[in-house]
Design a binder for this molecule. Structure first.
Ligand SMILES: Nc1nc2c(c(=O)[nH]1)N[C@H]1C(S)=C(S)[C@@H](COP(=O)(O)OP(=O)(O)OC[C@H]3O[C@@H](n4cnc5c(=O)[nH]c(N)nc54)[C@H](O)[C@@H]3O)O[C@H]1N2
Ligand SMILES: Nc1nc2c(c(=O)[nH]1)N[C@H]1C(S)=C(S)[C@@H](COP(=O)(O)OP(=O)(O)OC[C@H]3O[C@@H](n4cnc5c(=O)[nH]c(N)nc54)[C@H](O)[C@@H]3O)O[C@H]1N2
Ligand code: SF4
Ligand SMILES: [Mo]
Length: 744
């Protein structure tokens, strides 16, 4: 048993890996062939996971801020009592809704956050957010209104793959990205279309690369959709059977001037027409859009247009196309699961989508002179002082809070501003899982086991235990004797007792996850898996046939599913769809697809005939946050993990560089309306003139050998403004920051 199965925690693909330990070092790492989705595949990044596990700024003890800004160690009883007391005081003085929760899991760890809802309800907190609210919420919003659900592409089986502002060669996000891309590229019967201003590794494999001018996605996607309508390339019969609103959509798209919009995007009109025809003729098309289009101008409209391209060609709810996955945990809130109510944030009045306040209004919600402003914040597994737009303002906001509590494994930019820092074991020292189960037709779940103990001499608590103790300190856990008794009798007895107990006592139902953890948890090999037990029953109840097709059988299907998860150290499939099952998961109230969204059709009709605005003082478009071979959000804080591109260079077209007197390795100053950074330069012929690009996740403080904290690379959000955001979903324009570049 020297190789121990777990998963990579660096991106949402969560590939299965096996690790060989040398004492506390992660000595050797390889792909886990038994993992249901990655099947032995990994990219090169997890080979360096020891830099995460044994980082020099890992937290070892609970910390409390002193008045002079330094931290002192405290014990857990003190930490829990004081944190609960401070949060309760804010609730009592200003109302629980002024307590804000941010985060809840990064790329690899969502299990702990399944218990955070109990703390929120115990406090009467109502508002929360996480990183999805700066990338995916626009897409969730339009998808929910169109199909009552959201959908992901089946790239393994598609004839045609369409990538919009997405570079899966580096960023992954589709299973086994590189072999999948290579297979599509090699097969003469299959094709790939890439919409990206940059010649990415993915674009190099594409049959058609629509190399648009940055920020012109709305015009280009409108032109593509318009060709489908104007050349009558749409799936009329398929649409007639299940979609409404076609006439309105056709009316608007008929008016789109294809040639003029192609020119705005600076893409040959012929190529646009060729792409639309290829999409229409393919037997199946899988589409994924990502940050390139979701973090640029008109991002919600872009998502709407992508959905229209999928739906107008009937590429929804069948193999090789886009399908609504069965989620193990509802990471995305959809009408299919529960009707979605319109909600807005209390201060900025920003639309709350999938339960999330837009990340870009968080600072405003805190700093406003408003009775409902957020006054306390619980941050779990996220680094908003670094990852949200406008870091200077974000720091100001975090410091303006009555109390800031951070749960993390490392001393982050956010933790440094906290009143209390609560340290958790690393993802290899505890039971963990993610809820990124976004696959169809076969979906899997992976509950990972701890492979080593927390560091000797450290005093850490896993997140479920932190949340349970906070609930207890808040006096929010009613008497659990009956549930303890049922749990002692076994899971069958517990399954009888638990729903009845919840129905009988709303106060108990409010903290149901923590109640499960405290009662069922101790009877399980993995106490942290208690919340999965309830969810396994839900999934089995809703999708019994899909669960059985995954090979899970038994009279008590929910318990059999839970058992399969507990006993599969490399993960297990939990659902398998039949070809048409995706269509049965349309979640609109009338069960039909809604093509026409009036507000977005109006936005489409109002697109400027001049294209995106230009800024004379800021002649460059900066994309602040490119995914590269050596970026992994802020999960690797130790700069030594980077074998190349050590300081995270600013990429610039060689002709632009010559004009500015810059060459490879020289130092440039990048200035935006918000701020200025100095950064090394890399000449990159694949960038368009006028487009420059900085990596994400750089500019982290890390204890250097002499003990001084050193910064490597440019923190991108010193340059971004929170006001630069989409008017529907509040998603930021990080890919489109007007900038000036000068030699230093
Ligand atoms: N290596 C690595 N992989 C990661 C991560 C990481 O940090 N490092 N992070 C993970 C996370 S959290 C996420 S959300 C994903 C994101 O994954 P991606 O969205 O694929 O990553 P990005 O490189 O940010 O952006 C994709 C592309 O958008 C292009 N782009 C820039 N401007 C425009 C534009 O105006 N229009 C269009 N159409 N494209 C444009 C860029 O050239 C870039 O190639 O990656 C995940 N995977
Ligand atoms: N300008 C610009 N800004 C961006 C982006 C961009 O492209 N450009 N990308 C955005 C995107 S798409 C994303 S997803 C966000 C990501 O930004 P964040 O949401 O802030 O998340 P991460 O950088 O992934 O950091 C996750 C945190 O979890 C901690 N952690 C790791 N393991 C554990 C654990 O087991 N328990 C706990 N409690 N903590 C743990 C890590 O130390 C780290 O502090 O950044 C966003 N910000
Ligand atoms: S694709 Fe993502 S999850 Fe898989 S090995 Fe690479 S970084 Fe890790
Ligand atoms: Mo992300």
């Amino acid at each position: 048993m020297t190789w121990q199965p777990t998963a990579c925690v660096l991106c949402a693909s969560n590939c299965g890996i096996e690790i060989e330990l040398d004492e506390r070092r992660l000595k050797r790492i390889r792909g886990d062939k038994a993992h249901p989705s990655s099947r032995g595949y990994t990219c090169e990044k997890p080979l360096r996971l020891d830099h995460y596990q044994n980082g020099a700024d890992r937290l070892t003890h609970p910390l409390r801020r002193r008045p002079d800004g330094t931290f002192e160690r405290i014990d857990w009883d003190t930490a829990i009592t004081e944190v609960a007391g401070r949060l309760a005081a804010v609730r009592d003085a200003h109302g629980g809704e002024t307590i804000f929760y941010y985060g809840g899991g990064g790329q690899g760890n969502h299990l702990g956050a399944s218990y955070a809802g109990s703390v929120m309800r115990a406090l009467g907190a109502r508002y929360r957010s996480n990183a999805l609210a700066q990338e995916k919420t626009g897409q969730f919003w339009v998808s929910d209104r169109m199909i009552g659900n959201f959908a992901t592409g089946d790239f393994e089986h598609c004839e045609l793959a369409l990538f919009v502002g997405k570079n899966p060669w580096q960023s992954h996000g589709i299973p086994r990205a590189r072999p999948t891309l290579r297979e599509i590229a090699r097969d003469p019967a299959r094709s790939m279309i890439v919409i990206d201003p940059r010649v990415t590794e993915t674009a190099e494999l594409a049959d058609i690369h629509l190399r648009l001018r940055p920020g012109t996605d709305a015009w280009l996607l409108a032109a593509l959709a318009a060709v489908l309508v104007q050349e009558d390339l749409i799936a009329h019969d398929w649409l007639a059977a299940r979609a409404d609103g076609l006439d309105e959509v056709v009316a608007t798209l008929t008016e789109v001037p294809v040639a003029a919009y192609a020119e705005i995007a600076d893409v040959p009109e012929d190529l646009v027409r060729q792409a639309a025809r290829r999409i229409s003729s393919a037997s199946s098309v899988a589409v994924v859009e990502d940050l390139g289009t979701q973090m640029t101008l008109h991002s919600t409209l872009n998502s709407y247009l992508d959905n229209l391209i999928v739906l107008l060609t009937g590429n929804f709810g069948r193999p090789g196309a886009n399908n609504p996955p069965i989620l193990f945990m509802p990471l995305v809130q959809t009408s299919y699961l529960r009707p979605q109510k319109e909600r807005f944030s209390p201060v900025a009045g920003a639309r709350i989508i999938s339960g999330l306040v837009p990340s870009n209004v968080v600072a405003e919600e805190i700093l406003a002179d408003h009775p409902a402003r957020y006054r306390a914040m619980l941050v779990e597994s996220s680094n908003p002082a670094h990852s949200l737009a406008d870091s200077p303002r974000m720091r100001e906001a975090l410091q303006a809070l009555d109390v800031l509590v951070v749960i993390d494994v490392a001393m982050t930019e956010t933790a440094r501003l906290a009143d209390y820092v609560l340290p958790a074991p690393s993802q290899f020292e505890k039971w963990e899982a993610t809820f990124f189960n976004l696959e169809a037709p076969a979906n899997y779940f992976h509950l990972r086991r701890p492979i080593l103990d927390p560091p000797p001499g450290s005093d850490l608590l896993p997140e479920p235990e932190i949340h349970a103790r906070l609930c207890e300190a808040l006096g929010a856990l009613p008497d659990l004797t009956a549930l303890h008794r049922a749990a002692a009798e076994g899971r069958k007895a517990f399954a009888g007792a638990f729903p009845a107990a919840m129905a009988a006592d709303p106060a108990l139902a409010a903290v149901s996850a923590v109640a499960l953890y405290r009662t069922l948890g101790p009877t399980l090999p993995a106490p942290a898996a208690a919340s999965l037990w309830a969810q396994a029953h839900q999934v089995a109840l809703r999708h019994p046939d899909a669960v059985r097709r995954a090979g899970i059988t038994g009279d008590d299907l929910g318990d059999a599913l839970f058992e399969a998860i507990l006993s599969s150290p490399s993960g297990t499939h939990f659902t398998v769809d039949e070809p048409d099952d995706g269509l049965s998961r349309i979640g609109t109230p009338d069960g039909r697809i809604h093509l026409a969204l009036p507000d977005l059709l109006a936005e489409l009709g109002g697109l400027s005939p001049a294209g995106p605005p230009r800024h004379p003082d800021f002649p460059f478009v900066l994309s602040a946050g490119e995914r590269r071979a050596f970026t992994a959000n802020t999960l690797y804080r130790d700069p030594a993990w980077r074998r190349r591109d050590a300081s995270g260079a600013l990429r610039i077209n060689p002709a632009d560089a010559v004009g500015l007197g810059l060459e490879n390795g020289s130092l440039a100053r990048v200035t935006t309306r918000r701020g200025s950074v100095e950064v090394e330069v890399e000449l990159f012929p694949g960038l368009r003139p006028g487009h420059v690009s900085l990596p994400n996740g750089l500019g982290l403080g890390y204890p250097a050998r002499d003990g001084v904290s050193a910064l490597t690379g440019a923190p991108p959000n010193e340059l971004t403004s929170s006001g630069d955001r989409d008017r529907f979903a509040g998603t930021p324009w990080h890919k489109h920051v007007p900038a000036r570049v000068e030699a230093v």
